[in-house]
Design a protein around this ligand. Structure first.
Ligand SMILES: CC(C)(COP(=O)(O)OP(=O)(O)OC[C@H]1O[C@@H](n2cnc3c(N)ncnc32)[C@H](O)[C@@H]1OP(=O)(O)O)[C@@H](O)C(=O)NCCC(=O)NCCS
Length: 196
């Protein structure tokens, strides 16, 4: 995901956070809203096929933020098997300028991440321009680590960081561990008896 470019209408808007409503992708009527926000704010061009690929296959992972009737932010994601893990992937994240700095992006991303975790993902990944301080700070606060630097990743020639969030593995209960140990001791003593 690449850095933002200058959009129109940067004037500050007065609003209270409870006025922001978050909705999951709900069908074709949401598509132009997502496209207009992403086209306006991200430097990398996406075709309608790319948008459709994400929202048709993983509608449950994309969210929109509305202030009154206006769409002010969106997140678009996917998930699937990656090597031996199940990986969630954040493809696009945008909040329009007058609404930034209030936690809207954090809320959008957190909703997607929650669904990914509930759906069995082991990790979440994304790419961000190395110069995109806002996005790097946001994801850093959410616990993402910088896994890799990707040389000249974007059309504009800028490098990217691959960021990753690893979900904690479920704890194995100590009694199960003890039972497994006892079982293996028993098996090894039986094997040694047999060999005598
Ligand atoms: C990045 C972006 C989505 C952040 O949206 P936002 O709604 O302002 O983000 P939040 O309010 O949830 O920010 C949460 C945290 O992110 C960090 N952050 C966000 N924008 C920042 C900025 N411009 N500079 C520094 N830190 C920033 C801060 O740690 C902030 O925490 P704080 O509340 O303690 O200051 C928004 O700036 C944007 O749409 N940018 C253009 C598109 C883009 O770059 N998308 C990401 C591509 S990887």
């Amino acid at each position: 995901m690449e850095a933002g470019v200058s959009g129109e209408g940067d004037e500050k808007v007065d609003f209270e956070l409870p006025e922001i409503k978050y909705v999951c992708y709900g069908g074709e009527h949401h598509l132009p809203l997502i496209m207009s926000l992403v086209d306006q704010e991200l430097s990398e061009p996406y075709s309608i096929f790319t948008y459709r690929y994400f929202v048709y296959l993983w509608p449950q992972l994309s969210f929109l933020a509305f202030h009154k009737e206006k769409c002010v932010g969106t997140v678009v994601c996917k998930m699937g098997e990656h090597r031996s893990t199940v990986r969630g992937y954040i493809a696009m994240l945008v909040v329009i300028k007058p609404y930034r700095g209030k936690g809207i992006a954090t809320e959008l991303v957190s909703r997607s991440i929650r669904v990914m975790q509930e759906s069995g993902c082991d990790e979440v990944a994304l790419e961000a321009e190395v110069t995109n301080k806002g996005a790097l700070a946001l994801y850093g606060r959410l616990g993402f680590i910088r896994a890799k630097r990707l040389f000249r990743y974007y059309l504009n020639g800028v490098d990217a960081f691959r960021l990753k969030l690893l979900f904690p593995q479920p704890q194995i209960h100590p009694t199960l561990l003890q039972a497994a140990q006892e079982n293996s001791i028993q098996i090894s003593s039986e094997t040694s008896k047999e060999s005598h």
